[in-house]
Design a protein around this ligand. Structure first.
Ligand code: KG4
Ligand code: ZN
Length: 351
């Protein structure tokens, strides 16, 4: 192929129907339809509602992406799709759509890992991925530190160094937001409220950072104790009849999360002698996390890359970006019996 491959990526692992189109590492289109408003009143994503919304949004979103990229479907060289991890019924819609497209167009299909896509997306903005790098992956369903030597997963290229032992970082943001009466999903609302609060107003716990915990869980995370501490603090405050200082709670909670995430990410990179940290996943959109990671990494001479917020939250461009890497590195396409796998491990990047 003389020209770089044109890849269409489909993402349906949660509540965003995303269709992205890239040529090599150039972003051409990133169309996203979200069903988030249909879930808001339930305080979390309702799987059946998400699946139906994907079904309704799929074709219009594909059409929108093609129009945005000014291409016709027949121009596409390969189709990539998230086949896990995520909600089973939601993934199924994307996988079925991708297979139908691949068969109809006579082009290969690549079933890829959602988490690896959160890492691969950065090259659309900042150029070729630094390999090796340490990836701090923080989303609504996952929080982990990975040693990335090959984002396509070849030869153990995505090696876990640590992960959350309970809640994911994004889940903690969503639960604390709910406690504070902020809408779902809570991350962006906490981020905004925290800007007018004090991050040192309340000293919330930093999970798995004591000397004893560090021996067994050096690069692991725990956020459920923090969430409980916030709940207790808010309840105690409510009992006094005084108003809850939402901005201060938000800022102090956010600081506790970002403090641990950045401390461990920098320590992980330093321990491996790796000079680059890449932050990915929905929580990477957090403004404080972005600043604090930069600050702490710079102190150790480590570079940081974080995609712009619109590429951090779930989208199809990230899937297309990883698909394009699969093509570029000559990886074998998936077979047409490709299945959705809701609990796909991060080490399994290509089906
Ligand atoms: O990656 P993502 O879009 O979906 C999953 O794969 O889970 O991540 C969604 C998560 C939600 O928990 C949301 O609250 C969080 O990312 N999030 C944020 C921000 N924007 C989104 N968390 C903190 N600060 C933000 N600005
Ligand atoms: Zn995600």
């Amino acid at each position: 192929m003389t020209e770089e491959p044109l890849v269409l990526g489909i993402e349906t692992s949660c509540d965003e129907t995303g269709v992205g189109i890239v040529r090599g590492s150039t972003l051409l289109a990133n169309a996203v339809a979200s069903s988030v408003e249909e879930h808001a009143r339930f305080g979390g994503v309702v799987p059946e509602v998400a699946s139906r919304a994907h079904l309704e949004a799929m074709i219009p979103t594909i059409e929108r992406a093609c129009a945005e990229a000014a291409i016709g479907l027949h121009d596409v060289d390969a189709v990539a799709v998230t086949h896990g991890p995520g909600l089973a019924g939601a993934l199924l819609v994307g996988v079925a759509a991708a297979k139908a497209l691949a068969v109809g167009l006579g082009k290969p299909v690549y079933g890829v890992n959602h988490l690896a896509s959160h890492v691969a997306v950065d090259q659309l903005e900042h150029g070729p991925l630094p390999e090796p790098c340490v990836a701090l992956l923080v989303s609504g369903g996952h929080s982990s530190l990975l040693r990335v030597t090959d984002v396509t997963g070849h030869d153990g290229g995505m090696a876990p160094m640590g992960a959350t032992i309970d809640d994911a970082a994004g889940e903690a943001f969503d639960k604390v937001a709910r406690l504070l009466g902020l809408p779902f999903p809570g991350g962006p609302h906490i981020d905004r409220a925290a800007r007018s609060g004090s991050s040192v107003a309340i000293d919330f716990p930093r999970g798995l950072t004591s000397q004893r915990d560090l021996q067994r869980h050096r690069f692991d995370f725990s956020f459920s104790g923090l969430k409980t501490a916030v709940a207790r603090w808010v309840e105690a405050r409510e009992r006094t009849g005084e108003p809850v200082p939402v901005e201060d709670v938000a800022a102090s909670f956010q600081e506790a999360v970002c403090d641990v995430l950045t401390r461990k990410a920098v320590a992980a990179a330093a321990s491996e002698g790796i000079g680059d940290i890449l932050v990915g996943g929905g929580v990477a959109a957090n403004s404080r996390l972005r600043v604090l990671t930069e600050e702490r990494a710079a102190g150790q001479g480590i570079r940081v890359r974080v995609p712009r917020p619109g590429l951090c939250t779930d989208n199809g461009a990230m899937v297309a970006a990883l698909g394009a890497e699969m093509v570029r590195r000559g990886r074998r396409p998936s077979s047409l019996d490709l299945a959705a796998d809701s609990s796909l491990p991060v080490t399994s990047v290509l089906a």
